[in-house]
Design a protein around this ligand. Structure first.
Ligand SMILES: [Zn+2]
Length: 264
C-alpha cells in the first residue's frame, strides 16, 4: 500500500476527516466539562445515565446522531438529555474542520487542535462553575512554551506572550479592583490568558485580549439593557477568552497584518 501524500489531498477532504474526528473528541470533551470541575476521573468509569445509572451502550454514544435518534432521551429510562451534549460535539466538529483550511497536516495542526479542545472545555466549565481549573491553565503554560521551541510562534514570542498575556490582564484586574473595590476578574482569567500567550505568542495574545474584551462588552451591554439585574451575575470572561483565542489561533496573523496596514 502506498502511503497517502497529504500535500495533494484537498483541504475539504481533510476538513471532513477532521470534522468527524472532532465530533468524537467533542463527546469526550462533554465528559471533561462535567467531571474535571468536580474532581472525577475523565477516563473511568464509562458514561452512565444520571437518572437510572445504566452504563451507556456504544450506540447511545454516537456523537449527535444518538441524541437525535433517541430524541434527547436516555435509551433505558427516557430521562431527558440536555441539548448541550450534541451542541458541544457539533461545535468541536466544526472548529476542528476549520483548522484544515489554516494548517497543513503536521505537528502544529496537532498542537492547535489540542489547544482548541482545551479552550472549548474551559469555556463551558466557566459558564457552569465560574472557574478555570489550574490543571488546564497552569499546565498549559510550560507545555505551550515547550512546543514553541520547535514550532511557531517560537520560544521568544511564546515567553513574551506569557508575560504580556498574564501581565496585561493582571493589571486590568488589579486596576478594576482598586477602582470599584469589587473583583471584576479572577486570577483564573489571568492564568488562562498567560496560557494562551504561551501557545499563540505575544501578537495573537493581544488579538485575543481585544476580541474577548469587545465581545464581552457587547454581550454585557446587551444583558444590561435586556434585564435590570443582569450585571449582578458576573459574565464568564473565560468563555470570551476562549472565543477570542480560537479566532486568534485561526486568523490572528491575517488580522494583525490587516490592522497594521492602516499604519503605513
Ligand atoms: Zn436513564
Amino acid at each position: 500500500m502506498t502511503p497517502i501524500d497529504l500535500a495533494v489531498v484537498p483541504a475539504w477532504a481533510i476538513a471532513v476527516a477532521l470534522g468527524l474526528f472532532g465530533l468524537t473528541i467533542g463527546s469526550f470533551l462533554n465528559v471533561c466539562i462535567y467531571r474535571i470541575p468536580i474532581g472525577q476521573s475523565i477516563v473511568h468509569p464509562p458514561s452512565r445515565c444520571m437518572r437510572c445509572g445504566k452504563q451507556l451502550r456504544w450506540y447511545h454514544n454516537v456523537p449527535v446522531l444518538s441524541w437525535l435518534m433517541l430524541r434527547g432521551r436516555c435509551g433505558f429510562c427516557g430521562a431527558g438529555v440536555s441539548a448541550r451534549y450534541p451542541a458541544v460535539e457539533l461545535l468541536t466538529g466544526v472548529v476542528f474542520a476549520l483548522h484544515a483550511f489554516v494548517f497543513e497536516p503536521g505537528p502544529l495542526l496537532l498542537v492547535r487542535l489540542v489547544f482548541a479542545a482545551v479552550l472549548i472545555v474551559l469555556a463551558f466549565i466557566d459558564i457552569d462553575h465560574r472557574i478555570l481549573p489550574d490543571s488546564m491553565t497552569l499546565t498549559g503554560i510550560p507545555l505551550g512554551v515547550l512546543a514553541s521551541f520547535w514550532l511557531p510562534p517560537g520560544w521568544r514570542d511564546s515567553l513574551i506572550g506569557v508575560v504580556l498575556g498574564g501581565g496585561s490582564l493582571w493589571l486590568i484586574a488589579e486596576g478594576y479592583y482598586r477602582w470599584r473595590k469589587v473583583e471584576g476578574m479572577g486570577m483564573g482569567d489571568v492564568k488562562m490568558l498567560a496560557m494562551i500567550g504561551a501557545v499563540l505568542g505575544w501578537r495573537a495574545v493581544m488579538v485575543t485580549l481585544v476580541l474577548s474584551s469587545c465581545s464581552g462588552a457587547l454581550v454585557g451591554a446587551a444583558m444590561m439593557s435586556s434585564q435590570k439585574d443582569g450585571m449582578r451575575y458576573a459574565l464568564p470572561f473565560g468563555t470570551f477568552l476562549s472565543i477570542g483565542a480560537l479566532v486568534a489561533s485561526l486568523v490572528g496573523e491575517p488580522l494583525v497584518t490587516w490592522y497594521l496596514s492602516f499604519y503605513p
